[in-house]
Ligand binder design. Structure first.
Ligand code: ZN
Length: 167
């Protein structure tokens, strides 16, 4: 806990190795300090919970999407490898149908789950159809929020000037 003379009202917290540093205004009372430390620790926990999207989490989401939307597609059934990657700058996700591997850009790690699910379903559909043809899009359209998710991704890409596209 650090008290700052310059701070008037704002409280913030961040992790510094094993410690959590909570910055509070110098004039806070002892009771306010305890209240804010508790509140900021809870907030930090919630933030970290959201960020705990591991490769295992991706694999579980992928299986759930296959069961829900691609259960009638034999090509989507066999085991796949799904993992996060940091080196994918121009695409949200990619799929290599030949070795059944899917890579998802870590840029979307904090995106809402329904957007992440859309990107996953898009790549999973490539296990069935490698190209963006009508049959492919009919598989993707099985995901109820497909259009909304595409709009979301286009918006993020445009706002950040990223020029990232689906693949
Ligand atoms: Zn694609």
């Amino acid at each position: 806990m650090r008290r700052s003379q310059r701070r008037r009202r704002t409280v913030s917290a961040y992790r510094d190795g094993e410690r959590v540093v909570v910055l509070i205004p110098a004039q806070f009372s002892g009771a306010e300090e305890r209240e804010w430390v508790d509140r900021m620790l809870a907030r930090l926990d919630a933030r970290e919970q959201r960020n705990r999207r591991t490769d295992t989490y991706l694999a579980e989401r992928a299986q759930r999407l296959i069961d829900r939307h691609l259960s009638d597609q034999r090509a989507a059934q066999a085991p796949i490898s799904v993992r996060w990657v940091n080196n994918q700058h121009g695409r949200w996700g990619s799929c290599t149908p030949a070795d059944r591997t899917i890579r998802i850009s870590s840029r979307i790690m904090d995106f809402p789950e329904w957007v992440l699910d859309y990107v996953l379903l898009h790549e999973l559909s490539h296990l069935v159809v490698p190209f963006h043809n009508a049959r492919f899009w009919s598989l993707v359209a099985r995901y109820p929020k497909a259009e909304r998710a595409r709009g979301y991704l286009e918006g993020v890409s445009a706002a950040a000037g990223l020029g990232i596209s689906e693949d």
